[in-house]
Design a protein around this ligand. Structure first.
Ligand SMILES: C[S@@+](CC[C@H](N)C(=O)[O-])C[C@H]1O[C@@H](n2cnc3c(N)ncnc32)[C@H](O)[C@@H]1O
Length: 293
């Protein structure tokens, strides 16, 4: 497979998340040189924005957040389709409009008991700023966005079209979605595979599924440097206060691609901010002239 030199306007997947990379997809895909013989491996899948825009034939995809993986498994089996989601959102949207805020909290409670993927889409789209956050007991705890008419026809159509897009891509693909820690996932890589890593930022979006300490970041960096296949690693390089020393410490001899990015999704102002992002690429897998820090 040849990765696109210029990716046409990237599309957004059905799940919104605070670390979503949709806007960086063109740069990420244009920077990687990989022959596509093995599997595309993403141990920190999140919303899957990079995966769905690349559409490799074979892929191994995981995340510790079982709700995110659950949605993609449900689309894969057909349990969640564009048509069934439309029916659900029209029905639940009407209830939200007539019963107001209380209804959002009823759905949140129901989701925290059952983990239903349809309810997860509802909460992801009606929560404050589209944030995904779980408390220390693993319960979704984001408050309501305060818009009782959230699920208007045009918005429902937009979400259902995103599901239809993903569901079409999944047809005929050899893709496996697993709930798994990155360590188990990376133990499965083979020399022809390519790994794209987008872990949480150290000490930032901390919640039940996003504990990410300096020790985790160091362990991941040492592990990927010893992989038998190519990799690309996304991480912040600089914000208005400081440089990310972790990158300099572990990857000063690797090629880096950098760009400015603005995060629009976040619960607080300091999470919605401009950031310089880096993409570290393993030697031999960079698509253009090498650029060191
Ligand atoms: C920055 S997000 C990935 C965003 C994704 N690239 C996108 O475009 O939406 C990081 C993801 O790592 C997952 N995660 C956190 N700790 C993990 C771990 N130990 N193993 C695997 N996944 C983990 C989180 O649940 C989250 O979905």
């Amino acid at each position: 497979m040849t990765l696109p030199k210029v990716c046409p306007k990237p599309k957004a997947p059905p799940i919104k998340s605070q670390g979503i990379k949709t806007k960086l997809v063109p740069l990420i895909l244009a920077s990687i040189k990989w022959d596509g013989k093995g599997r595309w491996i993403e141990p920190f899948l999140g919303s899957g924005s990079v995966l769905f825009n690349l559409q490799p034939d074979r892929a191994l995809l995981s995340d510790t957040n079982r709700h995110i993986i659950g949605i993609y498994q449900a689309i894969q089996t057909g349990e969640l389709s564009s048509a069934s989601l439309r029916q659900y959102l029209e029905r639940e949207g009407k209830k939200l409009e007539s019963q107001g805020e209380d209804y959002y909290y009823q759905v949140r409670e129901r989701f925290n008991e059952s983990g239903n993927p349809f309810d997860f889409v509802f909460l992801n789209r009606a929560s404050f700023n589209g944030v995904i956050r779980f408390n220390s007991k693993g319960q979704f705890n984001v408050p309501f966005c305060k818009k009782v008419d959230r699920f208007r026809q045009a918005y429902i159509t937009k979400i259902c079209n995103q599901v239809a897009w993903v569901s079409k891509i999944l047809q005929g693909k050899d893709w496996t979605f697993i709930v798994q820690d990155w360590r188990e996932m990376l133990a499965r890589v083979m020399p022809d595979d390519f790994v794209y890593l987008d872990p949480p930022y150290v000490d930032r979006h901390t919640d039940y599924f996003n504990h990410w300490s300096h020790a985790d970041a160091d362990e991941l960096a040492e592990t990927i440097k010893n992989l038998s296949c190519g990799f690309a690693y996304s991480m912040w390089k600089k914000n208005k206060y400081r440089e990310n020393e972790h990158l300099h410490q572990h990857f000063s001899r690797y090629p880096w691609i950098t760009c400015n990015h603005y995060y629009h999704v976040g619960s607080t102002e300091d999470l919605r901010h401009a950031m310089e992002e880096a993409l570290i690429i393993s030697p031999g897998f960079l698509a253009f002239t090498e650029n060191y820090p």
